[in-house]
Design a protein around this ligand. Structure first.
Ligand code: AP5
Ligand code: ZN
Length: 207
């Protein structure tokens, strides 16, 4: 079974790699960040609650986030495997996940934090299909896949990115040790071309 957790700092390339992994292995891609942004756009109670935290670069409270993931993993498309992107992000979330399900692979996309400011402030996403771009390799504001408009996320300002990196160091980085101790951790060097990172991930997951 392929039940995969993607770890990595903001901007390490979790979303970029998750799209490729999900297509390659036909796994549902579960991004808690995407779920929150969808709820914010639709103005749901979860969205209203999450927005204040996300705009500050803080984490949404564990109890909200854990229940979302618990419910999502129960859906039928998850019965043969799944890919979690951006969850768990705290020790409490990791503990909760271990009680919900076993995990087959924890893949940490490893990159120096000093590289991430440029990645995150230059990130653009397609408002129609979700494809992720960077201004250094894609000019203009049209999606190459679907023609949709590219937008910058609300949490991509320098001030919020700094806060997100601090939050990562304080709350999520310790999970690397947690999963290493559990014998599940596999690290891939994230400071390479997208396809090279993906190649290393495929080597970890296997066929
Ligand atoms: P979330 O949406 O998960 O954002 P994040 O972890 O901050 O990460 P990003 O999506 O910004 O980056 P990424 O690692 O996916 O990199 P990407 O592929 O985009 O979370 C947002 C917020 O929601 C959180 O701050 C929190 O408030 C809340 N939240 C979410 N989950 C939560 C949880 N579990 N608990 C509590 N709160 C939660 O790539 C970045 C850029 O780099 C792109 O421009 C891309 O084109 C480029 N790039 C990617 N790979 C490469 C490469 N190999 N070489 C060069 N450029 C590359
Ligand atoms: Zn698009």
């Amino acid at each position: 079974m392929k039940r995969i957790v993607l770890l990595g700092a903001p901007g390490a390339g979790k979303g970029t790699q998750a799209a490729k992994i999900s297509a390659e292995y036909k796994l549902p891609h579960i991004s808690t960040g995407d779920i929150f942004r969808k709820n914010i756009k639709e103005g749901t109670p979860i969205g209203l609650k999450a927005k204040g935290y996300i705009d500050k670069g803080a984490l949404v409270p564990d109890e909200v986030t854990i229940e979302i993931v618990r419910a999502r993993l129960r859906e039928t498309d998850c019965k043969n495997g799944w890919l979690l992107d951006g969850f768990p992000r705290t020790a409490a979330q990791a503990e909760a996940l271990s009680k919900i399900t076993a995990v087959d692979f924890v893949i940490d996309i490893d990159i120096a934090l000093s590289k991430l400011m440029a990645r995150l402030t230059g990130r653009r996403g397609c408002s129609a299909c979700g494809e992720i771009y960077h201004i250094s390799s894609h000019a203009g504001d049209a999606c190459a896949k679907c023609g949709g408009t590219l937008i910058q996320r609300a949490d991509a300002t320098e001030a919020t990115v700094s806060k997100r990196l601090e939050t990562y160091t304080a709350q999520t980085l310790p999970l690397i040790e947690y999963y290493r101790n559990a014998g599940l951790l596999r690290s891939v060097d994230g400071d390479r071309k997208v396809d090279e990172v993906f190649g290393a991930i495929v080597e970890v997951i296997g066929r």
